[in-house]
Design a protein around this ligand. Structure first.
Ligand code: NDP
Length: 330
C-alpha cells in the first residue's frame, strides 16, 4: 500500500480557508471503521466553495476536501462491509466535519456507505455525485407532493446547465414531465434540449424582483439558485403546487412574501442531501438507476485529474461548468 499519497487539504491561510495539495499517509487518516481506496470523486458547487475558500464549508482544520467518493473497501472492522466491496459515499459531512474524498485512501463510518448500484460504474456514480443524487431527491419530493403530472403542465428547473439542473432535467423528462429550463447560457439550449427540456427562459427574467403573485405557470419546480429566482418561482407556481429548493448559486437570501403560500397554497419543499436517511438515498439511487440514460449522463460529464482541482473549483463558482465533473483520484 502506498506510503504517502496526495490529498487536497483545506487549511487556514492568512485567516481564511484555502485548499492546497499535501502529502499524507494512512497514519494521518481518522480512526473510522472502513478503509476505502478511492477511485473517483467529483466537483460540486460546495467543493468549489471549500477549495477556493469562498464559502466556509470546512468546520475544522486541516480538512481533506471532497464530498463524494466511489471506491473499494480495503479493510473493515464492520460486519456490514468486507474487502473488495464497491461503495459510494455522498455527503454525511465529508469536507465539513469529516475528512473527505480528495485522497487515494479515506477511513469512513460504515453507516455512510451504500453499495455501488449495479447499474453504474464507479466513474458513472461520480458523474452523478451529490448534484445528481440531490436532483433525484428533488424529483422524489415533488412526486411525493403529487402536483406534477406527466405530459400536463410545466415543471421549472433553474440553474439548468449546472450539475443539479442537468440531472434534474434528464430525470423529469424520463418520466414524461414537461420541463422548462432556466439558464443564463443560451449556448446550452441544444444541450439542455438533448437532456429533455422543451422550453427555455432566460435566468435574468427570474433574477429581477417581481410581484408576489404573478401569472400561475409551474406545476412544480426544482431550484438550485435561491434568492430572487426562488421568490419569483414561488410567485409563479400554480395553486396547490410545490417547488423543491436545494441550492443557493444565486444567493442564500429569499426576498419573498407569504402570499403564494397563504393565497394559493403553494409549498416550498426543502431538500438536504447531506443528512438524508439511508432509505431516501437508496430510493434516489434506484430512480437514477431506472431513469438516467447513460448516453445523457456521458453527454453531461467530463473527467479530470485531481491536479486540476484548483482551477475547476474557480470555474464552478464562476458558473462556467456545464453539467458534471468527475475527478480521477487514481
Ligand atoms: P453548478 O455550479 O454545477 O450549477 C449551478 C448553476 O446555477 C450554474 O450552472 C448556473 O446555471 C446557475 N447559476 C450560477 N450562478 C448563478 C447566479 N449568480 N444567478 C443565477 N444562477 C446562477 O452547481 P451544482 O449543480 O453542483 O449545485 C447547485 C446548487 O445546489 C449549489 O448552490 C449547491 O450548493 C446546491 N446543492 C445543494 C445540495 C443540498 O443538499 N441541498 C446538494 C447539491 C447541491 P445556468 O448557467 O444554466 O444559468
Amino acid at each position: 500500500m502506498t506510503e504517502t499519497f496526495t490529498a487536497m487539504v483545506i487549511d487556514t491561510v492568512d485567516g481564511k480557508p484555502k485548499g492546497a495539495f499535501r502529502e499524507i499517509s494512512l497514519a494521518d487518516l481518522p480512526d473510522n471503521d472502513v478503509l476505502v481506496e478511492i477511485a473517483y470523486s467529483t466537483v460540486n458547487y460546495k467543493d468549489g466553495l471549500a477549495i477556493t475558500g469562498k464559502g466556509r464549508i470546512a468546520r475544522r482544520m486541516p480538512m481533506v476536501g471532497g464530498i463524494d467518493l466511489a471506491g473499494t473497501v480495503v479493510e473493515s472492522r464492520s460486519p456490514d462491509w468486507k474487502p473488495g466491496d464497491k461503495v459510494v459515499v455522498n455527503g454525511w459531512g465529508l469536507s465539513e466535519t469529516e475528512w473527505g474524498a480528495y485522497a487515494r485512501y479515506q477511513r469512513v463510518k460504515p453507516e455512510w456507505l451504500i453499495p455501488l448500484p449495479d447499474a453504474f460504474t464507479m466513474e458513472q456514480a461520480m458523474a452523478i455525485g451529490t448534484a445528481g443524487y440531490t436532483a433525484a431527491l428533488c424529483v422524489d419530493a415533488l412526486e411525493k407532493w403529487g402536483s406534477i403530472k406527466p405530459g400536463a403542465g410545466e415543471v421549472l428547473v433553474t440553474g439548468a446547465a449546472g450539475g443539479v439542473g442537468s440531472v434534474a432535467i434528464a430525470l423529469l423528462a424520463a418520466r414524461g414531465y414537461v420541463v422548462t429550463a432556466s439558464t443564463g447560457r443560451p449556448e446550452t439550449h441544444d444541450y439542455l434540449a438533448s437532456l429533455g427540456a422543451t422550453s427555455f427562459i432566460d435566468r435574468a427574467t427570474l433574477a429581477e424582483k417581481g410581484g408576489p403573485l404573478q401569472t400561475e405557470r409551474w406545476t412544480g419546480g426544482i431550484d438550485s439558485v435561491g434568492s430572487t429566482t426562488l421568490a419569483n418561482a414561488l410567485s409563479q407556481t400554480m395553486r396547490g403546487c410545490a417547488i423543491a429548493a436545494c441550492g443557493l448559486a444565486g444567493g442564500p437570501d429569499l426576498p419573498a412574501t407569504v402570499l403564494p403560500h397563504i393565497l394559493r397554497a403553494v409549498t416550498l419543499i426543502g431538500v438536504d442531501s447531506v443528512m438524508a436517511s439511508r432509505q431516501q438515498r437508496l430510493t434516489a439511487w434506484s430512480r437514477l438507476a431506472r431513469d438516467l440514460d447513460s448516453r445523457k449522463l456521458a453527454a453531461m460529464t467530463r473527467t479530470e485529474p485531481m491536479s486540476n482541482l484548483p482551477q475547476l473549483a474557480e470555474e464552478i463558482i464562476d458558473g462556467k461548468v456545464r453539467g458534471r465533473i468527475v475527478i480521477d483520484v487514481t
